[in-house]
Design a protein around this ligand. Structure first.
Ligand code: SF4
Length: 78
C-alpha cells in the first residue's frame, strides 16, 4: 500500500510526524509531506495510527501499482 497526504486538507497539526516520524515530515510552511510513499508491511500499524489520529483526515491509503483499490474494475464502454 501507498500513503498520500492531501495538501489542501492538512492543517499542520504534526501528529503524523510524532506517531510515524519515519514516514512524515513538515515542509517549510508547516504542512505534512509523506517521506516514504510505499509503506512496508512492518510499518503499516504506525502509519494507520497516523491516519486515524489526523484531526482533519488528510492522510489516506492509496493503492500501489497493480493493487486493487477496492472499487472493482470497470470495462470501457463501447
Ligand atoms: S496530522 Fe494531519 S493535519 Fe497534522 S500535519 Fe499530519 S497530515 Fe497534516
Amino acid at each position: 500500500m501507498r500513503l498520500r497526504v492531501d495538501p489542501v486538507k492538512c492543517q499542520g497539526y504534526a501528529i503524523c510526524t510524532e506517531v510515524a516520524a519515519r514516514h512524515f515530515s513538515l515542509d517549510d510552511w508547516g504542512f505534512a509531506q509523506a517521506l516514504v510513499v510505499d509503506v512496508a508491511e512492518a510499518d503499516v500499524e504506525a502509519v494507520t495510527e497516523a491516519i486515524t489520529d489526523c484531526p482533519v483526515r488528510a492522510i489516506r491509503w492509496i493503492p500501489g501499482p497493480g493493487e486493487d483499490d477496492g472499487r472493482g474494475t470497470q470495462e470501457p464502454a463501447g
